[in-house]
Structure formats: C-alpha cells, structure tokens
Write a protein that binds this ligand. Structure first.
Ligand SMILES: NC(=O)c1ccc[n+]([C@@H]2O[C@H](COP(=O)([O-])OP(=O)(O)OC[C@H]3O[C@@H](n4cnc5c(N)ncnc54)[C@H](O)[C@@H]3O)[C@@H](O)[C@H]2O)c1
Length: 276
C-alpha cells in the first residue's frame, strides 16, 4: 500500500498489539505508514508473552503498560499521554479475552466469574478507556475512537459462545458513548472483522472451521489483518469525520451473504439422490 499521509500530524494510542499477528499490530503499522505518532499499550503480562517492544522500535513509539480493567492504570496512562503529546486525535481499542472459551467451558455451563472477566476485558474496558480519556480531557475535538468487533454480536456462531455476548455489549457501548461524545466533536465506531489468525482468534475451539466458512462464503474471501489496518486508517482520518456509532463490516461481504453455490449445490445433489 502506498504512503498517503492520511494521518500526518495525528497523535494517538493503540491498545492490544501482542505480536505480529495481532490486528492492533497491523493497525499500528498502517497508522505509522500514514504519518501518525502514537503510544502502544498492553497489559503488563503481555510484556512476557508478546513482542510489543519490537513494534515500538519499528514505529518509534513509547510503550505504556496498563491493564485495561484497572482504573488506576488507565488514569495514569492518560496522564502520561497528555504529558507526552498534549491532546490526542485517536484511540484504538483491540482488546479481548474469552475466559470460558479459552478454558473450553460450554455456554450452557458458564463459570460466572470467568464470564464477568470476559465482559470486563472484552467490552467494559472500552467504556473505561473512553471514560478516563474524557476525564483527562485527553481527546481533541475531531478525535476518533475505534474498536474491533465480530459478527457474533448479531448472529449466533456456536463456538463463539460467551464472546458473542461480549461483542454485543461492546457494540452497544459504541452507540451509547457515541451519543454522548458527539457533543465534544468526538466519534466512535467498531470495525466488525473477518476471522483472523491471531492469538485471541485461535484460542476459540473450531476457529479453523469458522475461518474456512467465512473465507468460502464471503465473495471477496476473509479480510486480512493488514487490510483491517488500512480500513482503520480511514476511520482515524478526517475523511470519516461524520461517521459515528457504527458497526462497519470489514469481512469481504460475508455479512450480506445467505448461501452460495459452493454450499447449496452439494445439498441439492444430495437431496436429488439421497443414497450415497
Ligand atoms: N482474530 C479474530 O478472528 C477476530 C475477529 C474479529 C474481531 N477480533 C477482535 O480483534 C481484537 C484484537 O484481537 P486479536 O484477534 O488481534 O488478538 P490478540 O490476541 O493479538 O489481541 C488481543 C489483545 O488483548 C490484550 N488484552 C487482554 N487482556 C487485556 C487487559 N486486561 N488489558 C489490556 N489488554 C489486554 C492482549 O494482551 C492482546 O494484545 C479483539 O477485540 C478481538 O475480539 C478478532
């Protein structure tokens, strides 16, 4: 992708890059290419598990470690950001963890303290981040907040389980905060992304089948993390200054498909001649 300078002069913070496969990593690479300056943030435990320092070096970014479920971490982070940049232009939230999903606990038998943790990390953290940004008056008028969702917020995908509930809450927070942020000239949107081979994605049992299903059904195939980075640039840029409270599908057309010949023709054949 050519450098277009779409984010020249813009400053921000990107939460959730763990390693090279992370969606936040691809967004950071694209934002850097387009001229943005930003801090990177992740939970302190990610220091051990990931490679964020490499991305920081590549993009010349400071790293601010913060657990996005802890108010004191987030208020400290926005104080540091203000000291470094003054007011900022964008926030990217690309954080999730499905505790029951990870531990293979069925939806019918959720462990409720794990479920609460899932909602806290994957959805309420967006509320908290925006809350602390607003308290610190850290976001400039014209600012953009972006989060990453999945179509499991609207439709039932059996193996997505509790994460469908977390994404439904996340998208609701986008709308409910959006109605309030408008008064400050700030917008907030969610990109609903295709299945993507990342650490969080691959923690879901049946991920490979969901990936394959999306890839075959979507007319353009699954959208990659790199293409998500490019799409994110448009939402952080002034080109989308009047777009807010939206869930925007970045999924190769998957969300508007019913069934394709690839799936219906074998069914038609089997119904005409049910014997093997
Ligand atoms: N991978 C997919 O198939 C897919 C599809 C649609 C949407 N998404 C969403 O994209 C976003 C990014 O996930 P990803 O797929 O790039 O996986 P990832 O594992 O690379 O990123 C998830 C990040 O969340 C961070 N995180 C977890 N708990 C945290 C906490 N308490 N505080 C701060 N950070 C914390 C992790 O350290 C990690 O960096 C998530 O919201 C995910 O649900 C992913």
């Amino acid at each position: 992708m050519d450098r277009n300078g779409l984010l020249a002069g813009k400053k921000g913070v990107i939460f959730g890059a763990l390693n090279e496969s992370s969606i936040a990593w691809a967004i950071a690479e694209a934002a850097h290419r387009e001229g943005a300056e930003f801090a990177l943030s992740n939970a302190p435990v990610a220091r051990r598990l990931g490679s964020l320092d490499q991305l920081a070096e590549r993009t010349g970014s400071p790293v601010l470690w913060a657990d996005a479920t802890r108010d004191e971490d987030l208020s400290g982070l926005f104080d540091q950001l203000k000291a470094q940049y003054g007011q900022i232009d964008f926030i990217v939230h690309a954080i999730a963890m499905g505790v029951n999903v990870r531990k293979r606990r069925a939806y019918e038998k959720l462990n409720y303290s794990w479920y609460a943790k899932t909602l806290d990390v994957s959805a309420i953290s967006l509320h908290r981040i925006v809350h602390h940004a607003m308290e610190a008056k850290a976001l400039r008028t014209g600012g953009s907040v972006l989060t990453i969702s999945y179509i499991g917020a609207q439709r039932s995908f059996s193996k997505y389980s509790e994460m469908g509930d977390a994404k439904a809450l996340l998208e609701s927070i986008v709308r409910t905060w959006g109605a309030r942020l408008g008064a400050h000239g700030i917008r907030i949107n969610a990109i609903s992304q295709s299945p993507t081979r990342t650490t969080a994605g691959q923690g879901i049992s049946g991920f490979d089948a969901m990936f394959e299903f999306g890839d075959r059904l979507a007319p353009l195939g699954n959208a990659s993390a790199a293409s998500c980075g490019d799409y994110a640039v448009t939402l952080l840029s002034d080109l989308t200054r009047m777009v807010t409270m939206q869930t925007l599908y970045h999924d190769g057309g998957f969300s508007h498909m019913g069934i394709s010949d690839e799936f219906i023709e074998p069914l038609m054949r089997s119904l005409k001649d049910p014997s093997p």
